[in-house]
Every structure is written in C-alpha cells, then in structure tokens.
Design a protein around this ligand. Structure first.
Ligand code: ZN
Length: 432
C-alpha cells in the first residue's frame, strides 16, 4: 500500500512527458507505473502536468539592510510553494573571514526554520582575505557554492581579482562552484541625484558584458567553475557564447531571472517605475529579445526574489531605493508561457545537480524525494499579487497559460488544489 498515488497525469520523466502514475512511499517516489495500485490517498491529475518540484536557486528572504525585505522565510516559502517550488536556496550573510562562518550559518539556519518547504544556502563572501581558510571551513557545513560580488565596493562587498582567481582555482577541485554577481564596478554610476528613470544609466548593460567576459577569461585560465547569477542582458549572453562557447553550460553556467524575459526598461520612465527597481535593472526591448532568442544557453532560472512593499519603494532617489522584487510565486507561469516544457530542466534538475541537491531532488525517478508540482494548463490565469507579504507583483495583470494546482514536498501536500496546508521544510545539505 502506497501513501500517495498521483494518477492519470502527464508526468515529466527524464526530459519528457509520459502518461503514467507516480507512487509515493515514506516521502520518496516508490513506483512509476501505468497500473493502478492501492494508496492511502489517490490524486487524479487527468489532463494536468506532473512536474518535479521546482528548485529556485536564488532567493533572499528576510534580507537585512537599511530596509528589510518583507518576505521572511515563512511568507516567502508559502508564496514559493504556491509557485510550485519545493526547494529554494538562500544566502548566508556575507563574511570576510572563516571565523565568521559559524555565526553566519547558524543565524540563517535559525531564521529559515519556519519554512514550509526545503532549503539550502550559498555561502557569501565580501572582500575575503584568507580564501583558503574559508574554503576549508565551508566543507564542515557541506555547502556547495560561494557567492561573490565583483561590484558594490561602496558597501565593502566587492571581491577583487586576486581572491576571485584563488576562489576559482580551488573550485577546479570540484568541491564547490563560484557564484558571481557580475557587473564591472567602475562602470557603475551611483550619482546621488539619480532618480528611477536613471537606473538604466546607473547600471548599464555594458558593465555586465565587460565583466562577464573578464570572469569567463579567469574561469578558462584557472580551469575553475563559475555560476553567473541573474544575467540581465542579451548582449552579455551573445558575447559570452561567441567568445567562450566551450565554457557555456560546462564550466561557466548562466542563470537568468523571469523578469529579464518578461519586462523591459521602459517601465522606469513610467509613473510606477519605482516598483520595478532591481540590480541589475531591466534592459531594453532589443536586449530582452536577444536574451529570449538565446534561451537555450541559459542553464538555470532563479528568481532573485527580494520583495518590498509599495511604501518601501516610495523614494525619489535611487540612493534611497531598496533594490529587488518578489517573483517566486509566478516564475513558472512566466517561463512556461514563454517556453512551455523547455523551461523545466532549468528550474529543476540543472540547479539540483549544480548545488548538491541531486539525486534526492530535481527529477521524478524511483528513490528521489517525492517533491512534485501539479500544473493545470487547461485554464488561462491573470496574475495577481498572491501570497507574498508584499502588496504588489511586477507581473500584475499578465495573462499566463496555466496555474499551479498543488505542491507536494516529500510526499506531503503543502498546497492542495489552491489551499495552503503548510509543511515543515528542512535544510537539505545537513552534514552526515
Ligand atoms: Zn540576489
């Protein structure tokens, strides 16, 4: 007797949909079969897609700063579950020395303990010095990634070339991947008089393109491994794929976010432009088109979810603006509308493999965690703000081609046919 049977669905297995049933026992996928077996609970997924629970490798819940982001782990994970996400990866507070890792890890883990879905963390560094000590120590915590910034020298978060090289050199040993926020620091203009309409010139796309090519060169020289977060510019992607094609999707992995596909920077000259402020910013129509046409080079989709309220965003000058938007609840709707099933791997198995979550997560096969998402493509939906603690979504009013019907974490419904049942997420990289 199985605990749960998901029957009659179109089930996504190893890159394609099959008309088959998935059976769950003790939180794991226990059988995949056309036959009907008895189960404590049977869920009829006729005409629905049964997809591996989505993995969002890039979220910021409860992010501190001058203005604290409004989704904590409780509301953020709930909103994510409504978006079909069953695992997210957040970031430890930035550290400069290995002695601070323990506190950074424990404080974040404590904050995350009320999450309703599973989670993991990226280690974050800010201008680190003894890189080797940090790398050694992170192994104790079983972390698989180190995030750095090539910019934000104004707040002391920039990591400089010698340390970037060192981090990349160590990464060639295969214990972790370097994650990089890539913008060329001296091409960022933080003029105190800049307003929202100036965001495109404050953080121009050329700053991303130039620095990305530079980092790709370092990856090649060091034989390291790098994951570029939130690529925003189609031009960056074009140049990378032209000049470093052998690295793309092998040792230089590119993440982009749904908003760079769905929105463009004409928003910044509109009255509500402040609601769309993030770094890097939205790009021009032609850049966005270039990105959309080269989706095949995008390895992973992360949301960079960092939500604020309209009130938080109500500032005249960019210098006072908390940067970031919420997106976890609608990322699949947006990407599925654009790419159909071709978006699934970038939101499931790819991040699972890169960040040490595979084989437990990211796919539907016997033995994997029963993390599943049921998507109803028989209805068109108009996007609304949803379940985030923020009072708006940048996708408000957009029409999409489906709706997350249910989200299952390790065999238990967190969302069932639109109703929130809650859940208890766990840290998935717990050292053995
Ligand atoms: Zn981010």
């Amino acid at each position: 007797m199985y605990d749960l049977a998901i029957i009659n669905g179109k089930t996504y297995i190893n890159g394609m949909f099959e008309n088959t049933n998935a059976y769950v026992l003790n939180g794991k996928i226990a059988a995949i079969d056309n036959k009907i077996y008895p189960a404590v609970k049977t869920y009829d997924a006729t005409n629905k897609l049964v997809i591996p629970g989505l993995i969002d490798p890039h979220v910021h819940f409860a992010l501190g700063g001058k203005v604290k982001s409004v989704d904590d782990f409780e509301t953020g994970s709930k909103s994510a579950a409504y978006g079909g996400i069953t695992t997210f990866i957040d970031f430890l507070d930035p550290i400069s020395k290995s002695e601070d890792l323990n506190d950074a890890f424990n404080s974040r883990k404590e904050l995350a303990s009320n999450s309703c879905i599973d989670y993991s963390f990226h280690l974050t560094v800010m201008n680190p010095k003894e890189v080797n000590k940090i790398v050694d120590k992170m192994k104790l915590y079983n972390l698989k990634s180190i995030k750095l910034f090539t910019t934000y020298s104004d707040s002391g978060r920039r990591t400089y070339d010698p340390e970037i090289k060192e981090l990349l050199e160590y990464s060639s040993l295969g214990d972790y991947i370097v994650m990089a926020h890539i913008e060329k620091d001296d091409l960022i203009n933080l003029n105190a008089d800049f307003r929202v309409a100036d965001l495109p010139i404050s953080r121009p796309s050329v700053a991303e393109t130039k620095e990305a090519l530079h980092i790709a060169k370092l990856v090649k020289e060091t034989k390291g491994k790098c994951y570029m977060v939130h690529l925003s510019s189609g031009e960056t992607l074009k140049q990378l794929t032209e000049q470093y094609s052998e690295l793309i999707n092998t040792s230089f992995l590119v993440e982009s976010c749904p908003h760079y596909f769905a929105l463009t920077n004409d928003k910044y000259s509109q009255e509500d432009g402040k609601l769309f402020t993030m770094a890097p910013p939205l790009r021009s129509e032609s850049e966005s088109e270039l990105l959309k046409n080269n989706f095949k080079y995008i390895y992973s989709i992360g949301t960079d979810h960092c939500s604020f309220t309209k009130e938080n965003k109500n500032n005249k000058y960019l210098k006072d603006m908390p940067m970031g938007i919420g997106s976890v609840e609608h990322s699949f709707d947006i990407m599925y509308k654009l790419y159909g099933e071709s978006c699934i791997d970038a939101m499931t198995i790819n991040p699972a493999i890169t960040f040490g979550l595979y084989p437990a997560k990211g796919h539907i096969n016997i033995g994997a965690d029963a993390d599943l998402m049921i998507y109803d493509t028989n209805i068109q939906t108009i996007i609304e703000p949803g379940h985030s603690a923020s009072d708006y979504t940048v996708y408000d009013g957009m029409v999409v081609n489906g709706k997350v019907e249910s989200t299952i974490s390790r065999g238990k419904f967190v969302v069932e046919k639109g109703e929130f049942l809650g859940g208890s997420g766990k840290f998935v990289l717990e050292s053995k």
